[in-house]
Design a protein around this ligand. Structure first.
Ligand code: SAM
Length: 328
């Protein structure tokens, strides 16, 4: 087994059956299975659904699964796509079921949440801590950008705990199965705008939201977006706004920006180009004023992201957008 690929085979048929039963499959369903491995879940899904599309990274596993259904009637209802599910353009499917390779947990959830049309439901096994992050509520220690995003676009529920002994070889951590049921209709807001705002306020979830907007790298980004918004909406910058114009960042004009790529609060510093003169531009001053107004008027500036709920972030995003401040 290649544990670098998260190959912990689910050996308890009872657990596999509960996972499939919880998906509430219909005979007409197309199911996406991520990482089928040797096919312990796949054969159970094939009993209930019209078709399974299984994305598997390891050719040896794919070969084993092919052999398992060879010559059987279900052979024609199984399509195996060889490759990394994160890089694969996914065809339409109704339901996703996965005993997920844990190293792709976060990108997989973000990928599933961004799909349009969205699947009806996803039944996913994750490392326990990751699963608890998805369902965490404001104020919980594990609440993070991943939690807010998942709960904005989907109803997320914990289904059951699964102990290490149910796998071969046993992983080092406990697991949990959760349901992610995308909201239908999808909330009518831009995913990029929403996630763009969350990326700023969740860099340090225990700092105030205002503090997130103190970073000059963040303000440079907000200013750039503001200029684009003004240009595309025919909003003229007022006289004198451009007195000190934007100067392209030159060699060495780099700043560090903190980003939380996986949405779990694991902050990394990346260098971005940000010309110093930009800070002195009048547009920059104006944007700073607009941001301060929004943070004061919504009374959210002094709150901490870790304590805010979906409604707070929606209110904040709406108020920013009203002022022409955008995050994508
Ligand atoms: N579904 C099987 C089961 O429950 O017994 C195997 C689950 S095992 C935890 C994860 C499977 O995902 C392995 O077969 C592994 O090769 C595959 N895998 C790992 N990374 C992958 C990726 N990025 N895309 C698709 N499959 C992947």
């Amino acid at each position: 087994m290649n544990t670098d690929l998260g190959q912990h085979i689910l050996k308890n048929p009872g657990v596999a059956q509960v996972i499939v039963d919880k998906a509430g499959l219909k005979q007409s369903d197309v199911v996406l299975e991520v990482g089928p491995g040797t096919g312990n879940l796949t054969v159970k899904i094939l009993e209930k659904a019209r078709k399974v599309i299984a994305v598997e990274m390891d050719p040896r596993m794919a070969a084993e699964l092919t052999k398992r259904v060879q010559g059987k009637p279900e052979q024609n209802r199984l399509e195996i796509l060889l490759g990394d599910v994160i890089k694969t353009e996914l065809p339409y499917f109704d339901v996703c079921i996965s005993n997920t390779p844990y190293q792709i947990s976060s990108p997989l959830v973000f990928k599933l949440l961004a799909l349009s049309p969205a699947p009806r439901t996803c039944i996913l096994m994750f490392q326990r801590e990751f699963a608890m992050r998805v369902v965490a509520r404001p104020g919980d220690a594990l609440y993070c950008r991943l939690s807010v995003n998942a709960q904005m676009w989907a109803k997320c529920t914990h289904i059951m705990k699964v102990g290490k002994k149910n796998f071969k070889p046993p992983p080092q951590v406990e697991s949990s199965v959760i349901r992610i049921e995308p909201k239908n209709p999808r909330p009518p807001i831009s995913y990029d705008e929403w996630d763009g705002l969350l990326r700023i306020v969740f860099v340090r979830k225990n700092r105030t939201i205002s503090a997130g907007f103190k970073s000059s790298a963040v303000m440079a980004l907000v200013e750039r977006n503001y200029r684009t918004w003004c240009a595309t909406n025919n909003v003229k910058l007022e006289d004198g706004d451009d007195e000190v114009d934007m100067v392209d960042a030159g060699e060495g004009d780099e700043e560090e920006m903190e980003i939380d790529e996986d949405g779990m609060g694991d902050v990394k510093k990346v260098k971005i180009k940000a010309g110093k003169k930009r800070n002195r531009s009048k547009v920059g001053e104006k944007v700073k004023g607009l941001v301060e107004t929004v943070l004061t008027e919504t009374e959210l500036g002094e709150k901490r992201a870790g304590k805010c709920d979906e409604a707070d972030f929606l209110k904040l995003l709406f108020a920013f957008n009203q002022q022409g401040i955008h995050f994508s």
